[in-house]
Design a protein around this ligand. Sequence first.
Ligand SMILES: NC(=O)c1ccc[n+]([C@@H]2O[C@H](COP(=O)([O-])OP(=O)(O)OC[C@H]3O[C@@H](n4cnc5c(N)ncnc54)[C@H](O)[C@@H]3O)[C@@H](O)[C@H]2O)c1
Length: 412
Amino acid sequence: MKKIGFIGIGKLGLDCAEVFAEKHEVRGYDIYPRVSNSVKVCDIEELVDQSEWIFIAVPTPHAEGYDGSVPSSHMTPKDFGHDAVIDAINNVNRYAKDSKKVVLISTVLPGTTRNKFVPLLDKKHQFVYNPYLIAMGSVKWDMVNPEMIMLGTEDGSLTGVAGELHDLYETIMQNNPRYEVGTWDECEAIKIFYNTFISAKVGLVNMIQDFAMKIGNINVDVVTNALARSTMRIMGPKYMTAGMGDAGACHPRDNIALRWLAAEYNIGYDLFDTVMHAREVQAKNLALFLVDQAQRHSLPIVIHGKAYKPDVEYCIGSYSTLVGFYIREAGLPVVYVDPLADDRANCLDTIDGPAVFLWAHNRKITYEYTGNTPDTQPYCKIESGSIIVDPWRKLPVDMPGVAVLHYGNTRT
Ligand SMILES: NC(=O)c1ccc[n+]([C@@H]2O[C@H](COP(=O)([O-])OP(=O)(O)OC[C@H]3O[C@@H](n4cnc5c(N)ncnc54)[C@H](O)[C@@H]3O)[C@@H](O)[C@H]2O)c1
């Protein structure tokens, strides 16, 4: 039996504390009077002094008018408030006579824990960022049947205290949950992007509902149920590896044309514009990263793969050429290597000398759902002194004579 304290026993904290209290000795502190049959509600001094584990479940409130119940998309974006978390950390520092295991549950945006909270906590304490995926109305059930448990540590490794937290959860869990260990920042990101995936999904589904109402002869359920049963590409892990952008003969042009449909039927918004605009800025960001590498090292830029995907010749809708466009816009030349590409403009067969390569093709990622998994083989000799920018983060970083940069991995 462990001694556990909950700072903040509101909608989330009280139920979670009561779940722990079925197996452990649990105290709770709140700035508002709270009552519980199983959690001992006490003052902050007793809670900190008597608890080995201290869970912080205080609010990280949005500003007035930013909860989504009234229009807010026209308002200036704002971060959550952090005062209550900072107050809780200060209280741990003030009343702790020995080292505590501090677990922050409250939802914050990526980067907040490292930049704002950890520097405030006395060094003698241990800290884990551990956000919950819990929904109102089912807090206690969700607590012991979570989709996953996120354990955030400074360097993303399963540190001693994170391992102990894992063991503590094992005493109460009912569903043998999946544990995801990452940096504080990665766990902040998993939590907040989990929620935004749901928002995006609901936004897309309701957009189809809007089209049904405007176009006629469409039952939205027929459409969304067919998509829901599409487990090959849509409802599954496919397309969950960040890398090159959406491309090919169909997807970009479909979205571009749907912009017309949204306007034609006066839908009132244009999600396709947002998606396609993001795709272009993402290509530009990648292009500018390549430009920066080329300028730093005085090397030319080569895009390895011009067709929109490996093993085909089609350059229609290619993301490689979109990235190439932004490289040229930034003032640098760009060439391609691709033995199959049907558009041979600026395509070379060999590259003499070192270069900055964009590893645009990854045939394993593109085709592994078919069971055909051999990796992309180099389309030309990669000279020593080259830099390969791998947006798929799959090439080994210890290739002899070549520096491999995993675009999208900023862990140090
Ligand atoms: N409610 C949920 O289902 C849920 C799910 C996942 C994550 N979260 C996150 O958990 C956090 C808490 O959410 P909630 O819904 O329980 O909020 P809440 O407002 O219901 O509860 C927070 C409690 O903390 C208390 N409190 C405020 N300042 C305090 C302080 N300085 N010291 C001690 N106690 C203080 C409040 O009185 C309140 O009882 C938020 O960051 C929220 O985003 C909530």
